[in-house]
Design a protein. Structure first.
Lengths: 167, 790
């Protein structure tokens, strides 16, 4: 069809070629075409963070990005990052701290938290954690347990011996 | 050796067990309504009124119908042939009036956002394309927006047949209020409060799927909500289906807080369309639609007076509350409950004999207002606690001391309030001192004084409060609403020895299913991993009210306790017959029936179940085993089970910018028996933050002609992580006498108390400036205005 675009992208490690309407948001491709319903739509304006995914390793709002813009990109969602184990420590800590209630914001917050922990050279302070997840709204928890969980994982990572840096 | 409950191998009640069902949510395996795709499913979108009040002159859908992918288009008149109107009045709120409300607007629209035309199409995108092609010719009418102007003699009428814009009025006059205010030496304060409109902003918008099977005449609603059996009744009534042929299924619900418990025309129209088209139809509100159609909350203007005598004893309170509820009282709970709770709860923590109140519930052309988390409590607590601070200041007393000397005594229950509420098992006299100790109140006061000298303005705000939980039938059922006050639980043993329980209370993330599993596992003597919980499905759970008014753990939990005890008794009876002993000599531990005295294992639950189910021939003659039990529970003797607590906010106000920094927040709450402290604390914390949202940020801002000005998440501010403090929680535990479990509710306390605490704290900070705020939210602009800086 002339009113669709051909795109090829990698989603959770799987190469996907598909036709998309130019106006299709990335989140609709993920949720509706690929059935990856762990990514949630909260506001469709990039404010609430429920739709957070990784695009080429960086967090992005999948409601603000068109599927066509993801052509050639590597997309990771909560499903893929769960299967790879990348989120395991955070998921475990969130579970123990009850840092999840309704769970709608949770995948987005996990991705934001993972980004912070991956970027930080030193364990972030509670204030830094609060700052970093302020683009992700949670209406249930009041955030404290989320901060507790992230801080615990940050602390245990810092306590681990650092891998040797390659020359 | 006999074991206490806490020593038992399967002791779960009172332990902070992590939620088994949270793992799915953490892995992106939630089951929210919009995640569900059914074969041949269609999608609905609604054209909504752009005017707050307008006559619909014509609707032209010709171009929209021609759009490929459009399957059906309905306006309010079309839908009226298939859905009967509803009326949101309760008979026990005597004199309440509200006209029949059509499923979609007919002839006249009454609020900006009211559904006018429904498009059903192959995709939501196509349905929205079609909306853009529909032409509606409106004749704007005078919009009645201000609640006081709505009551003026010559105000335009929203419903001319009613003769005025008054929905309901209630007065209370107990004791000698005038005499008390006129008493010699009385210190009297008076203040006007304004509480803005806000809304729940569930992160998952309202969503539903209607799925009708004409072969069986069965309608299934996939529902994002709190009260499946109530919806079953509502839908059956208004779609003209037998109730038993309507099934409501609620799986994961992405936030609710009272928003998703009401009757929404767009959802009912979606079900009607599914029935007409014989195909599944999905409707998911977008964020704009959420702001324009989810119920709003609060919206009160209150003038309040209070008096103490020269010793500080509270003499009297007099309150006049006007509240705007939009154009209809919301069905089936009505929009009168919030105001009713405001005037019922003011002064509840205190010994008070003289009380007068007037409540006026007023129609206006705004989004309908109805019950949202902590219904009425934040208003009642903020008003009374604001007055207590004013009285403390006027009499030169410390605000903590004034409260302490007026609190109801812990040994004074049962006791009645002048409003006729009946209290029992409260612990104000323990909670407030504990709060003051935990926050180191005297040190904070000293620090506050020292910092004021340095130009740093910190404030301490206190609230003592009660919360209505575990309601009896006196809340809704008595007024004719199809809302159950009782809940049911069932428990059964399967052939593998696992326990399956179901319950009519529902889960929206509070941890409902977890506490049900804790109760069942402990009673049945099994590992919690061997308890499997079903909620949220009218086809598979006992009949009951659902989750609202902080009733899940207290009512659903008690039903669960009794059902599990009944199953345990069944198991022990069967075991005793097999083992030729007495059932009271047996116990169940770790999935095995054991001798109570020796702890020696006699038969596993698995072996027992398999003997019953597979090898009944081996059972003793005459034994007719049942391994399934159902029990129901409702609160009797008391209309509600009240909880109580005390809260404190510590804030710093930047008097140059008007910004408020929340430094700390403390809560001491008595929720009775604590089933899972972690879950209770997180309910309270989440509630506090929603309360803070209403106090500082959240407001549905309207223009004079009824246009909602900030219907996006970028413009409507909700609390973010960086703005929130850590919240310190402690408990006093006074079990309720109304149940064996002893659990009271916990879900709304935080929202009930936090706004008043924050308001008092800000005003405490501003005291040196001789100004105060009495309007929520307390935005930087309002603070600067109060300071005279803008």
């Amino acid at each position: 069809m002339s009113d669709t675009l051909s795109i090829t992208l990698t989603v959770n490690g799987e190469r996907i070629s598909t036709q998309v309407p130019p106006r299709l948001p990335l989140i609709d491709l993920l949720r509706e075409t690929l059935g990856l319903t762990g990514t949630h739509l909260g506001c469709a304006q990039g404010v609430c963070g429920a739709c957070t995914v990784r695009v080429d390793g960086e967090t992005a709002r999948s409601c603000l990005m068109l599927a066509a813009q993801a052509d050639g990109c590597q997309i990771d969602t909560v499903e893929g990052l769960t299967d790879s184990g990348a989120l395991a420590a955070l998921q475990d800590a969130f579970h123990r701290h009850n840092a999840v209630q309704c769970g709608y914001c949770t995948p987005g917050i996990l991705l934001a938290a993972a980004e912070l922990l991956d970027q930080a050279e030193n364990p972030p302070t509670r204030d830094e954690i609060r700052d970093h997840i302020s683009g992700n709204y949670c209406r249930c928890t009041g955030y404290q347990s989320v901060v507790d969980a992230i801080a615990e994982v940050a602390g245990s990572r810092a306590a681990r011996p650092k891998p040797e840096t390659a020359p | 050796m006999s074991l206490t409950d806490a020593d038992r191998p399967n002791s779960y009640i009172g332990r902070s067990v992590p939620r088994p069902n949270a793992r799915r949510l953490l892995q992106g395996r939630g089951r929210f309504v919009d995640d569900l795709v059914l074969p041949r499913m269609l999608h609905a979108a609604f054209l909504r009124s752009q005017h707050a009040h307008a006559r619909i002159l014509s609707i032209d859908t010709t171009s929209a119908r021609a759009l490929p992918g459009v399957v059906a288009i309905y306006d309010g008149d079309d839908m009226a042939a298939h859905v009967t109107p509803w009326q949101g009045v309760l008979t026990h709120l005597s004199g309440m009036r509200s006209p029949p409300q059509p499923v979609m607007a007919r002839g006249v629209t009454h609020w900006q956002g009211e559904p006018v035309v429904m498009v059903v199409a192959e995709s939501r995108a196509v349905a929205e394309d079609a909306l853009a092609l529909i032409e509606v010719d409106y004749q704007p009418l005078d919009a009645v927006c201000d609640m006081e102007a709505a009551l003026a003699p010559k105000a335009a009428l929203i419903h001319p047949d009613l003769g005025s814009n008054l929905c309901w009025e209630r007065r209370i006059d107990e004791g000698d209020v005038d005499g008390a205010f006129a008493a010699p030496g009385a210190i009297v304060v008076e203040r006007q409060f304004t509480f803005g409109r806000h809304t729940g902003v569930t992160l998952e918008p309202r969503a539903c799927i209607g799925d009708y099977d004409p072969a069986e005449d069965r309608l299934t609603m996939h529902y994002s909500g709190q009260a499946p059996h109530m919806m079953q009744s509502v839908i059956a009534r208004h779609l003209g289906l037998p109730e038993a042929r309507v099934r409501i299924v609620a799986q994961d619900v992405g936030g609710s807080y009272g928003i998703k418990i009401h009757t929404y025309g767009d959802e009912i129209a979606t079900l009607a369309a599914a029935r007409l088209l014989r195909r599944p139809v999905k409707f998911v509100a977008d964020r704009l639609e959420s702001f324009q159609s989810d119920i709003h909350a609060r919206d009160h203007r209150i003038t309040a007076r209070a008096a103490i005598d020269s010793t500080g004893r509270l003499l009297a309170v007099d309150v006049d509350d006007t509240t705007g509820i939009g154009p209809y009282s919301v069905y089936p709970r009505s929009s009168g409950i919030e105001g009713n709770q405001v005037i019922n709860l003011i002064g509840a923590p205190y010994r008070l004999e003289n009380y007068r109140a007037r409540l006026r519930v007023v129609f206006q052309n705004k989004v309908p207002m109805c019950q949202y988390r902590a219904v009425g409590h934040p208003i009642a607590m903020a008003v009374m606690e604001g007055l207590m601070d004013d009285l403390a200041e006027a009499s030169g007393r410390d605000p903590a001391d004034l409260r302490q000397m007026n609190l109801r005594a812990d040994d004074s229950y049962p006791a009645n309030s002048p409003q006729g509420l009946r209290f029992a098992d409260l612990s104000h006299e323990q909670c407030l001192p504990k709060l003051l100790t935990n926050m180191d109140y005297r040190r904070l006061r000293a620090e506050q004084a020292a910092l004021r000298d340095q130009g740093i303005h910190r404030g301490i705000g206190l609230v003592t409060m009660v919360e209505v939980t575990n309601p009896s039938p006196m809340f809704y059922g008595v007024g004719g609403a199809p809302i159950a006050a009782q809940d049911g639980a069932s428990a059964r043993l399967d052939a593998s020895g696992a326990v399956h329980v179901s319950n009519s209370v529902t889960e929206q993330g509070q941890g409902t299913e977890t506490v049900l599993a804790q109760i069942a596992a402990q009673v049945m003597g099994v590992d919690i991993a061997d308890v499997h919980v079903t909620t949220g499905d009218t086809a598979t759970t006992p009949y009951g009210g659902g989750t609202w008014a902080s009733r899940g753990a207290g009512i659903g939990g008690e039903a669960m306790l009794q059902a599990a005890k009944a199953l345990r008794e069944q198991v022990l009876q069967v075991a005793a017959a097999i083992l030729q002993t007495e059932s009271d000599a047996l116990d169940i531990r770790d999935g095995h029936v054991v001798d109570t005295a020796s702890g020696q294992g006699r038969i596993s639950l698995r072996d027992l179940a398999q003997m019953v189910y597979y090898r009944g021939n081996e059972l003793p003659e005459g034994l007719k085993p049942e391994l399934i039990a159902t029990r129901h529970f409702k609160v009797s003797d008391y209309p509600f089970v009240f909880t109580n607590g005390a809260m404190a906010a510590h804030v710093e106000v930047d008097t140059e910018t008007g910004l408020v920094r929340l430094l700390d927040f403390w809560v001491v709450e008595d929720v009775g028996t604590i089933l899972n402290e972690k879950l209770v604390d997180e309910q309270i914390r989440g509630g506090v933050v929603q309360g803070i949202g209403g106090a500082l940020f959240e407001e549905c801002i309207y223009s004079d002609d009824g246009q909602l000005q900030n219907a996006t998440m970028a413009d409507y501010l909700v609390p973010m992580a960086a703005e929130m403090p850590d919240i310190h929680i402690d408990h006093v535990c006074t079990p309720t006498r109304t149940s064996e479990l002893g659990a009271k509710g916990a879900g709304e306390a935080g929202t009930a108390g936090a706004p008043g605490a924050v308001m008092n704290a800000i005003n405490d900070a501003l005291r040196p400036f001789g100004t105060r705020l009495s309007q929520m939210p307390m935005t930087p602009e309002r603070i600067l205005k109060a300071l005279g800086h803008v």
